[in-house]
Design a binder for this molecule. Structure first.
Ligand code: HEM
Length: 160
């Protein structure tokens, strides 16, 4: 008996596999439930966010996008989101409700350049964790795909 690719056997009555809801950031297969614990839990995510925001805070394109002078509250929101997404505490949802991240980024001009800068700092942050290649790849793949979905503005017009 063979399984369908990557999933559980389907009964003939179950119909087509339900599509993963692309706009639901909490929609993820069950095998990532333990990712949060497997990579070291809270300490690991705090380090990721600390290193990432060190980069963002010094970035001339990204820093002005953050509305608050103190980056602390933004750091905390992102930390809570990622912890919940990867199977940790659900504080984000309790405090902020559904993430609706694309909508929450609409007030900001997320250009392809901003996305590249964001990913540059995220790359440094992910590298700082020294994860196993599998965990590193899983986390990085998610970040790349999520960042791409957040782009909501075209490149700044080239100067003529
Ligand atoms: C692509 C480049 C991105 C840029 C330039 C960007 C920029 C921003 C800015 C300016 C804020 C507002 C800061 C605040 O007050 O909270 C924000 C919030 C947030 N961002 Fe991003 N972001 C990007 C991508 C992402 C990605 C890929 C994720 C998820 C993996 C993410 C998750 C969040 C979360 C969770 C918040 C707080 C939402 C809330 O209000 O509850 N961002 N982002």
């Amino acid at each position: 008996m063979s399984n369908t690719a990557g999933g559980e056997p389907q009964s003939p009555q179950s119909g087509p596999r339900r599509q993963l809801m692309q706009n639901d950031p909490f929609s993820q297969p069950a095998y990532t439930d333990s990712f949060y614990a497997a990579v070291g839990g809270h300490e690991t995510f705090v380090k990721l966010i600390d290193v990432f925001y060190d980069g963002v805070g010094a970035d001339p394109l990204l820093r002005p996008m953050y509305p608050e002078e103190d980056l602390g509250p933004a750091k905390r929101r992102f930390l809570m989101f990622l912890e919940q997404y990867w199977g940790g505490p659900t504080t984000y949802g309790e405090e902020r409700g559904h993430p609706r991240l694309r909508m929450r980024h609409m007030p900001f001009q997320v250009t392809p350049e901003a996305k590249d800068r964001w990913l540059f700092h995220m790359r440094t942050a992910v590298d700082s964790l020294d994860l196993s290649p599998l965990h590193e790849g899983t986390l990085w793949d998610y970040m790349e795909r999520a960042a791409l979905t957040m782009v909501n503005s075209p490149s700044a017009a080239p100067r003529t």
